[in-house]
Design a protein around this ligand. Structure first.
Ligand SMILES: [Fe+2]
Ligand SMILES: [Fe+2]
Length: 366
């Protein structure tokens, strides 16, 4: 799991926990609201309740201020008690409303696709002023909760802008990658949808292997550039009908290192991932591949995934020098390469997700 995915998960877990706390508090508060409503009516009709509540309220400093400033001294004690109870009732309702707002925010953090959102940040900021109502009970509580919530809303808004910029950078990288992929496709004499299919097969395999969502997406995009090095191979060799000479085949093989060189100085996660895939998609699990003969887990997982996707598509597609294999023969060939040409885990994922592979094949057929 990538660091980005881990931190998103932490935000989700925190949001989920606080959402539960809000829900429990709301339930407790609902009971208190009902009890307070009953008590408010009870003080009017029960002298014992009136005396009991009256004694308690008379010890309350804030209630004394309320009675003095509102001129309630001349009022019958039971009405004074009822007003006191009503004020408490209203304050419970206000706290309930604040909790409801917080529960909504926590739910958004727990379930939202993105933890930061400008609209939500503004919503929190506007509602944070309600927290000043706590000032009546405890000035320190009021000011502290208001300040923290206000600051949280600014941090969330800032996070949302940073997120937007990061998305934009990724979009630009993706556009560059797609342009490169299209140029490669046009120049390399490959069948029309090869790049699209390899990228979608790679996505299916990565997902089946249980990789995190953002890693799956990264492999999907980066794998479109797996053959970018073919731009550097003379077209008469790439498009040659019939069998290649040993010398020509050796030149074709250099498209891996050429791809690596083309992307040598690139910055950005997606471009670096593209470079790894361009370099390693012809390596074999048993070390007999090219260009460097890496073996087993020394080949990156993305390289091992794209190797299966690329070979499967090459087998099932018609090329200038061969006809397309039948689905069964191509499937058997991949299974046959388990542990020799291909990573056993990736082949197992291929077999398990074969129905999805067929869907992609059908959707992007030439
Ligand atoms: Fe290739
Ligand atoms: Fe390819």
């Amino acid at each position: 799991m990538s660091e980005l995915e881990k931190s998103r998960l932490r935000v989700r877990q925190g949001g989920k926990l606080l959402y539960k706390v809000c829900v429990i508090s709301k339930t407790v508060l609902t009971v208190l609201i009902v009890a307070q409503a009953i008590l408010t009516v009870a003080v009017l009709y029960s002298p014992q309740a009136s005396v009991f509540i009256g004694d308690r309220l008379n010890n309350n400093f804030l209630f004394k201020i309320l009675v003095t400033f509102a001129g309630l001294q001349s009022m019958e004690p039971k009405y004074q008690a009822a007003i006191g109870c009503t004020v408490i009732f209203i304050s419970y309702v206000v706290i309930f409303a604040i909790l409801k707002m917080f529960a909504g925010i926590m739910k958004f953090l727990a379930e939202g696709e993105r933890p930061f959102d400008v609209q939500t940040a503004r919503h929190i900021r506007h509602n944070s002023f309600w927290l000043l109502l706590f000032f009546v009970y405890n000035p320190l509580l009021g000011i502290t909760s208001f300040s923290i919530t206000l600051l949280f809303s600014y941090i969330m808004e800032y996070g949302a802008y940073i997120q937007e910029r990061a998305d934009e950078t990724n979009r630009i990288q993706e556009e560059i990658i797609m342009s490169f992929a299209e140029i490669t496709e046009n120049k390399s004499g490959q069948t029309g949808q090869h790049i699209k299919r390899v990228s979608e097969y790679s996505r299916v395999l990565a997902k089946q292997l249980g990789l995190a969502e953002d890693k799956v997406e990264l492999i999907r995009i980066a794998s479109t550039m797996h053959d970018v090095g073919k731009l550097m191979i003379p077209p008469e060799i790439l498009e040659k009908p019939g069998k290649l000479t040993d010398e020509e085949y050796a030149i074709i093989k250099t498209h891996t290192t050429m791809g690596g060189q083309l992307l040598y100085n690139v910055e950005g996660e997606e471009m670096k991932e593209s470079r790894t895939i361009a370099m390693q998609h012809h390596e074999r699990y048993d070390g007999k591949g090219y260009p460097t003969g890496l073996a087993g887990e020394d080949i990156s997982l993305e390289g091992r995934i794209v190797a299966v996707a690329d070979v499967y598509d090459a087998l099932t597609s018609r090329r200038s020098y061969k006809n397309a294999w039948s689905e069964k023969d191509a499937y058997d060939e991949i299974i046959k390469g388990r542990g020799s040409q291909f990573d056993p885990k990736v082949v197992d994922a291929f077999a398990a997700a074969h129905d999805k592979i067929l869907e992609v094949r059908d959707k992007y057929k030439d």
